[in-house]
Design a protein around this ligand. Structure first.
Ligand SMILES: *[C@@H]1O[C@H](CO)[C@@H](O)[C@H](O)[C@H]1NC(C)=O
Ligand SMILES: *[C@@H]1O[C@H](CO)[C@@H](O)[C@H](O)[C@H]1NC(C)=O
Ligand SMILES: *[C@@H]1O[C@H](CO)[C@@H](O)[C@H](O)[C@H]1NC(C)=O
Length: 176
């Protein structure tokens, strides 16, 4: 198979998602409670197969006109170790242009479940409401086939070059 064909094959194959994703843990942590806090940060099980995440971030110093988001993918192997590469992106710039493909994939997983869905400034509290694992399966499953295992998505949220909060999502991936 030529290299080009292989690339095409890899891009089309994952359109069918073989994976099952389940949330195992969630950790929202504010570095400065005067700046923001998390009244809600929880995983809720609807039934045996469906769980969702709800996060409420209360912002005490608005408006926010500058935001940097760093996303780290980690895989469990005697500790959560970095896997893939880190993404660090100007959040306000992204919301304006929606250009970066990887950031866009990440954003699409929760786009329909959040009020972050507009350009800066942010002068209100932020929520992610009922983000089901199905959202992740749709977006990431389309991209790459990820081997079974325990994973974590570490996100860090900064404004004016100061780290404000971290949100870590822990998942288990089971390919059928
Ligand atoms: C949650 O994350 C914060 C920030 O990284 C860390 O300090 C804290 O220990 C974590 N909490 C738990 C229960 O793992
Ligand atoms: C679990 O809940 C989801 C969402 O409400 C629903 O779509 C699914 O069919 C339910 N599954 C079972 C086994 O009841
Ligand atoms: C953001 O989401 C809300 C609620 O789902 C929706 O009413 C609104 O139209 C969305 N805004 C944009 C710019 O997509």
């Amino acid at each position: 198979m030529s290299k080009w064909l292989l690339v095409k094959f890899l891009l089309t194959l994952p359109m069918i998602c073989f994976c099952h994703v389940t949330f195992t843990n969630l950790n929202c942590s504010s570095y400065n409670l005067d700046f923001m806090s998390f009244p809600t940060c929880r995983i809720k099980a609807v039934n045996r197969t469906h769980k969702y995440i709800s996060i409420y971030a209360k912002l005490n110093q608005v408006p926010i006109v500058d935001a940097r988001v760093t996303i780290q993918f980690r895989r469990f192997d005697s500790g959560y170790k970095p896997f893939l590469y880190d993404l660090s992106y100007d959040g306000c710039k992204f919301m304006k242009t929606q250009k970066n493909v990887l950031v866009k994939t990440f954003y699409r997983t929760f786009q329909r479940n959040t009020n972050i869905n507009h350009t800066c400034p942010y002068d209100h509290d932020l929520i992610v409401d009922k983000l089901f694992t199905g959202n992740l399966e749709e977006e990431f499953g389309r991209f790459i086939i990820i081997p079974n295992g325990d994973y974590a998505i570490y996100t860090d949220w900064a404004t004016n070059k100061i780290s404000r909060a971290s949100v870590k999502i822990y998942l288990k991936i089971l390919n059928r």
